[in-house]
Design a protein around this ligand. Sequence first.
Ligand code: DC
Length: 225
Amino acid sequence: MTFPKKLTIAIDGPAASGKSTTARLLAKKLGYVYIDTGAMYRAITLAVLQSGADPSHKEESEKIAAKSLIELKIINGTQQTFLDGIDVSSQIRSPQIDKAVSEIATNAAIRKLMVRQQQRLAENGGIVMDGRDIGTVVLPTADLKIFMNASIEARALRRLKDQSGQGLSLEEIKKDIERRDHIDSTRKDGPLKKAADARELDNSSLSIDEQVEIIFKWAKEVAQI
Ligand code: DC
């Protein structure tokens, strides 16, 4: 199905709040393009680590980011992330990247580069974009803004189940999520924050299908269909 209007939908929320899965399925249901902006910060982090640079070294990281080419391609219906022409979709989900990505995401110069690319990708509408600063910074005039959240327990359990914790205990996963939320919401530039006009969706006890259905209804409401 193709939704009759090309809306711009922004979904923000903390780590492991189920944004990406929901955003991806919602985009599919609407016939829209899905853009996972977290994957872009992850790919830059990989580029920095691969070059042997220290992610906390701001100028060096920025230089690497400026010369890295990140592409998001849809292959067999799923988004794959390419760094300088190489598919890094699995590599960017490793615990090493989880650990270093928040540091890269606090780099104001890198954020500027990413925001510009993201705005360009969203130019024609018909997109669902997820991240931390989409409703506040990247697409402040989005047609529909959603701030997704869930309890720390629900989020840690999900991460444990989908194996991206890779051998970590529930307690360790919880700590890592809390650490990242803290860095993401206290940084000066584009912090994780609910936009004033965003609709809040707590999905602690909702299934993915239920979440998609709720947002789909909101999209219809906004599009007046
Ligand atoms: O959504 P994720 O876990 O893949 O995001 C990875 C990191 O990137 C996370 O620490 C927050 C950061 N990020 C950001 O700062 N701004 C965005 N728009 C998306 C992600």
